[in-house]
Design a protein around this ligand. Structure first.
Ligand SMILES: [Zn+2]
Length: 385
């Protein structure tokens, strides 16, 4: 019997092993009764132990549920003790009930459609098919916390069709609800669900958004509830305290502070890029007639290209090569103003790839490539010829 479906608060159980064996996933047992949520419906499986041996995997089959054990279950008694990680389970119950509340609030207030509900050990979220404004989102979270504070009972129902007719929460409860496991939050929500929930909304403690992701047709609402909300708040506050201490800026000023820092970094990066280009230009040498070469230590591709363009203006008849060393690789850019009578640059790079183990390509007038730095001298001779 799935006892977790009737009572989410069972943390230990003595039950009988009905089957024991080994299959492709390892050593497993099946149980007469279980308090271990096997996962599903967007809620992860419980962390659990059977006779103090950790359960590593739970597999739901058509006729049985197999609990795979970390160690070979040698000499397991017929009667075994089951235990679940209650802290983790209760956290999931808080998230799951919070999800029911927030989803119902969003449906009622803004007529959204909910999909892709998911709860993990670190994140809870669902998708809605509408984009809500910041004010609407604020209203949804405020209303959800009102429901939590209202101390509403959460019931587990397995109604017959007759009993379902008496459910007055919806004027016409969907017929398919009959016989299903339903979760009812007092006068507020009734929905089919197989997961585990707290028995009173007050136990959710509180709910807050952690992230709102917009997409083309709607949004994903990430939220957190209960103990997890307080733990995350505390952890975030600690990190903010470290930042405010390091920057000497109050929390409310951090966004502006980092924006300003980023602008400074951008300015310095632009200056550095200009400096790199200038260095490549001033140190360029015509190492052979109509062949100009320049190498800088830390230039990037864009800077190599910029410098080459400027050098081509200075040496309009020459083949220009700008290059940089990164690790054991020579990264280069080739350009010329007029098509080289002997070979287009793209062809030249192709030959370089073949002869010197390089990579890259280009058009008639320019191209980029790399080759092992050890091949540099030989390659430069090849280009001069
Ligand atoms: Zn549920």
């Amino acid at each position: 019997m799935k006892l977790y479906e009737k009572d989410s608060y069972l943390t230990t159980l003595k039950t009988t092993i009905t089957q024991q064996g080994t299959d492709e996933y390892g050593n497993f047992v099946s149980l007469k009764d279980s308090i271990i949520y096997p996962g599903g419906g967007g809620q992860p499986a419980d962390r659990a132990w059977i006779q103090a041996i950790p359960v590593t995997k739970i597999q739901k089959n058509e006729n049985d549920v197999r609990y795979y054990l970390k160690e070979a279950p040698n000499n397991l008694p017929q009667q075994v003790d089951i235990q679940i990680d209650w802290a983790q389970r209760f956290d999931l119950m808080q998230q799951h009930t919070g999800q029911h509340i927030l989803a119902r609030v969003c449906e009622d207030l803004f007529q959204v459609r909910i999909s892709k509900e998911q709860i993990t050990l670190t994140d809870s979220f669902f998708e809605i098919d509408t984009k809500l404004s910041p004010t609407q989102l604020q209203t949804a979270i405020a209303r959800s916390n009102e429901i939590i504070r209202a101390h509403k009972s959460v019931f587990i129902l397995f109604p017959t069709e007759e009993q379902l007719k008496k459910e007055t929460l919806f004027t016409t409860p969907p017929k398919y609800f009959a016989g299903l496991r339903l979760i009812k939050i007092a006068d507020f929500d009734l929905i089919g669900c197989g997961g585990t929930h707290v028995q009173n909304t007050a136990e959710v403690q509180g709910i807050a958004f952690t992230q709102i992701k917009e997409h083309k047709k709607g949004m994903t609402l990430h939220f957190t509830c209960g103990n997890r909300l307080f733990q995350q708040f505390e952890s975030n506050q600690k990190q903010l305290a470290t930042l405010t201490k390091a920057t000497q800026v109050p929390i409310t000023g951090l966004t502006a502070f980092f924006k300003e820092q980023q602008e400074k970094i951008d300015t310095y990066q632009q200056r550095l890029a200009a400096y790199q280009v200038q260095t490549l230009i001033t140190t360029a040498k015509e190492i052979a007639p109509n062949f100009v070469y320049s190498e800088a230590t830390t230039a990037n591709v864009k800077e190599l290209q910029q410098a080459a363009r400027k050098l081509a203006e200075i040496y309009p008849l020459a083949l220009i090569c700008t290059a940089t060393k990164s690790d054991d690789t020579l990264r280069y850019h080739l350009t010329c103003l007029k098509e080289n009578s002997k070979l287009p640059i793209g062809q030249l790079i192709k030959l370089s790839n073949q002869k010197f183990g390089g990579r890259g390509g280009g058009s008639a007038l320019k191209g980029d490539g790399t080759l092992p730095y050890s091949q540099k001298e030989a390659w430069l001779h090849f280009l001069q010829d």
